[in-house]
Design a protein. Structure first.
Length: 106
């Protein structure tokens, strides 16, 4: 038998309907299910923890760790328009030439 075990289930896990320990007849079934669980837990849970499935041949343990806090600055620019207007990048074929004001081929 092959097993998947979730170490230290959190509140989100307990609400999810997943089982903390499951058995499979084949290694392939165990691996596929562990990948799905790991992915769903990392995408659908409250984002407090990061989950990682570790393969120990005949069993997989899903460990949890605290997610690191974001180091975003408070003055983060969320508006793309502000970001573009404040950019010093010139878009064109040759930055030394002034645009002609014409669009298209003629």
């Amino acid at each position: 038998m092959f097993t998947i075990e979730v170490k230290e289930p959190c509140a989100c896990f307990n609400k999810s309907g997943f089982e903390a320990k499951t058995e499979y007849e084949s290694r392939e079934d165990m691996i596929n299910r562990a990948r799905v669980m790991e992915c769903r837990m990392n995408q659908e849970f409250c984002m407090t923890h990061f989950f990682e499935a570790v393969d120990y041949n005949d069993h997989i343990i899903i460990h949890r760790t605290l997610r690191p806090e974001d180091d975003e600055d408070d003055d983060y620019i969320e508006d793309a328009g502000v970001l573009v207007r404040s950019s010093v990048v010139t878009i064109g074929f040759d930055g030394s030439e002034e645009p002609s004001g014409k669009s298209g081929g003629n």
